[in-house]
Design a protein around this ligand. Sequence first.
Ligand SMILES: Nc1ncnc2c1ncn2[C@@H]1O[C@H](COP(=O)(O)OP(=O)(O)OP(=O)(O)O)[C@@H](O)[C@H]1O
Ligand SMILES: [Mg+2]
Length: 266
Amino acid sequence: MATTIVIANRKGGSGKTTTSVNMAAGLAKRGRRVLVVDVDSQAQATTSCGIIPAQQTISVYELLQGVAAGQSMSTGLRKTIIKNGHPFDLLPSRADLSALEIEVSHHDNAQFLLRDLLLIVDNDYDYILIDSAPSLGLITVNSLVAAQQLIIPVEANFLSMDGLAQMIQILYRINLELNPDLRLLGIVPVKCDLRTNLARSVLDEIKKNFGADKLLPPVRNDIKLAEAPSFGQTISEYAPACRGAKDYDALSAAVLRKGGDNHGGK
Ligand SMILES: Nc1ncnc2c1ncn2[C@@H]1O[C@H](COP(=O)(O)OP(=O)(O)OP(=O)(O)O)[C@@H](O)[C@H]1O
Ligand SMILES: [Mg+2]
């Protein structure tokens, strides 16, 4: 059975996609079978893996439509998952995913479509990482319903702390109404300059409010992390010695440790 982790924050540009793709590489490096699920109509996890979204004839969009229509998507899902030279697999997204919210909102099971879709490949992977969109629409709710663990990446500044508090409220509501199993695995401060008082006090604030065990290893500011997606590469492929690569490697190790990994691996 796969451990499904959603990487979520309503705030845009908070490092969700960078964390999803580079953590996937870090878990795969440790021998875990990993699937990245792109459920953002911006399709940036897809692009970051070197895949051109518009060229995908089937994406997560058609698969979720199929689930909503009560069709079996088993063959369709396995055909759509891309194994493209990275050490992890990708379920791609496309811009038209944004239409799904309106199309399926009247369905009784509208919040459970992604959970039902991913159940098909539950035994094929150790980790399923969901890169969610910067909104709290129906598709993001689907992402929170489909997962057991939540990782919230936050930029290390004080305005981001408001967004973090809102995400915790959303977690409580999802727990009460739709998915009692979802747990906060941790908060990852990203784009950190650890030499500044600001970054250090944000880290302290996270520890104080959520407990030291919820603070995951921070990812420092590193321009190489912003460059790697334009080459369709993860940071360990693009610049394995840079600090961004080291930080995502440490984060992946911490996620295995704190998440109670029971998938073995090499
Ligand atoms: N540690 C880092 N150092 C430098 N740049 C970074 C770092 N992490 C992310 N970035 C850059 O910041 C921008 C936003 O990151 P990313 O796309 O991962 O955020 P996001 O939360 O997925 O955004 P969105 O909400 O739009 O989906 C990107 O250009 C990314 O390359
Ligand atoms: Mg993103």
